[in-house]
Design a protein around this ligand. Sequence first.
Ligand SMILES: [Zn+2]
Ligand SMILES: [Zn+2]
Length: 197
Amino acid sequence: MAKRQFKRRQAVIEALAVIMKRAEPTPFAAEGPARAGVRARLCLAGWPWADADAEAAEITRNALARAGARRPTWAEGQLEYTKENEGPRTREQCKRCAKPLPEGHYTFCGPVCATAAKVDRNRQRDREELRIAEAASRAAWTARQPEQQCPACERAFRPKHPTGSTYCSRACYQDARRLAGRSLRMVCESVRADPGD
Ligand SMILES: [Zn+2]
Ligand SMILES: [Zn+2]
């Protein structure tokens, strides 16, 4: 692999590992969307689909390892293992509407709350997956951009957004704004101190 391409790949892996560490409930939740996001970006850059998919899979695998992800054992994957089902069923109120649970119901008061909770959960998961795919796609895009110099800290960086970035970080942007504000104030104060005649 060319050196430049290797560096790009490492940059994407680093960025994905950060995203994966934050994924709930485990980094594996980000596996599918991250792979899709990187693949989409490589396809846009002209890679054939199969090559893009293989590269995205490899990048995702490395990022998961970097994030310290460990696949659950078979026993951990079983329903009995999850906290929700640990111990005796002690819930007295519906998990969604908090009304007292009728006889024979252990989590939700009835089909309305059970279905609504499922819809909420799916919607939340879809939003989260979309967010991760977009972040992965942006990371892959950033790795392909030429480096530019931050006017505030003079470090070399790659832009994070297709709309372009002038500064390497929000902190540098804010520093620059503060400096600009201060020099403007100094001009105003010197004008006030010397109003002329
Ligand atoms: Zn309910
Ligand atoms: Zn900077």
